[in-house]
Design a protein around this ligand. Structure first.
Ligand code: WAQ
Ligand code: MG
Length: 252
């Protein structure tokens, strides 16, 4: 039996409502790993560089085996960039190559750059017009209920490619689920962790394009934009993102 383990931590709210998001994480693991994974998440919540959490929640829930879906792990490639400005130019190119219009790519980059504080989820934009399609305001659409199908194998593969650590591990799994969504064209992401300036453009067409710098060091604002084909059914899209359990497989 597999269990979903989810953590979220915040500061300054009332019993977890409102307040500033500090950290979140999720895994899908066999029962015997639940305790260890939950403890590691609590430790991470308490020691996060975004600040000291005053609310931490861990939720553990059995996963219905019949409801599990699978998708392929995106291939990883690298773009070069030495400054945030260069990185954003590279991101624009990758978005356009993946099928996003120049107008929508610019709208997405500008929307992330203009955020006053980090959202919990992503903005969903029309890949042609750049118009925002979700009605989730400053919360955004969350992509949840995913993990690597073979956790140990995935960790080994990532370490072998020099991609150890939580950030790449989690981002690549998330980007793989996002790229497998109905209507997916591309994703743009940079972290809300002040010291973590690496981000990526993901797409079903080309995979996970890592960009070493997408923001200035010290900037605590990050975000995600999911670009979808015009006419994408948003109800089905949000249901896929939030409710479908997806395990990401390394396929030859
Ligand atoms: N669903 C949708 N949006 C999310 C989710 C989610 N599950 N989790 C985070 N976000 C949004 C939210 O607005 C965050 O502020 C923003 O994304 C950044 O999240 O080296 O660390 O977890 O290859 O800070 C990418 C590069 C690291 C990794 C991304 O994102 C690498 C990162 P963070
Ligand atoms: Mg973060």
């Amino acid at each position: 039996m597999l269990y979903s383990v989810k953590m979220r931590a915040s500061r300054g709210g009332r019993r977890g409502v409102g307040g500033r998001h500090i950290s979140g994480a999720e895994r899908i693991v066999p029962e015997e790993r639940v305790d260890e994974v939950a403890a590691a998440m609590l430790y991470r919540a308490r020691t996060h560089e975004r600040g000291k959490a005053d609310f931490m929640q861990v939720r553990v829930e059995a996963v219905d085996p019949a409801a599990i879906r699978y998708c392929p792990l995106l291939p990883v490639y690298d773009r070069a960039a030495e400054t945030a400005a260069e990185g954003r130019r590279a991101a624009r190119e990758e978005l356009i190559r993946a099928g996003v219009s120049a107008q929508a790519a610019d709208a997405g980059i500008a929307a992330l750059a203009a955020l006053p504080d980090s959202m919990r989820g992503a903005m969903v934009l029309d890949s042609e017009t750049g118009e925002r399609l979700d009605d989730q305001k400053e919360r955004g659409v969350r992509c949840t209920n995913m993990d690597a199908a073979d956790s140990a194998g995935y960790d080994q593969l990532m370490a072998a490619r020099g991609l150890g650590g939580d950030h790449p591990r989690e981002a690549l799994v998330l980007a793989s689920k996002v790229a497998a969504a109905p209507g997916a064209v591309a994703e743009l992401c940079w972290s809300d962790d002040p010291q973590y300036v690496t981000g990526y453009v993901g797409s079903p067409r080309y995979g996970y394009g890592r960009i070493p710098v997408l923001k200035e060091k010290g900037d605590p604002v990050g975000g995600r934009v999911f670009f979808v084909r015009p006419g994408t059914d948003m109800v089905a899209y949000v249901r896929y993102m939030q409710d479908e359990t997806v395990l990401v497989e390394v396929r030859p």
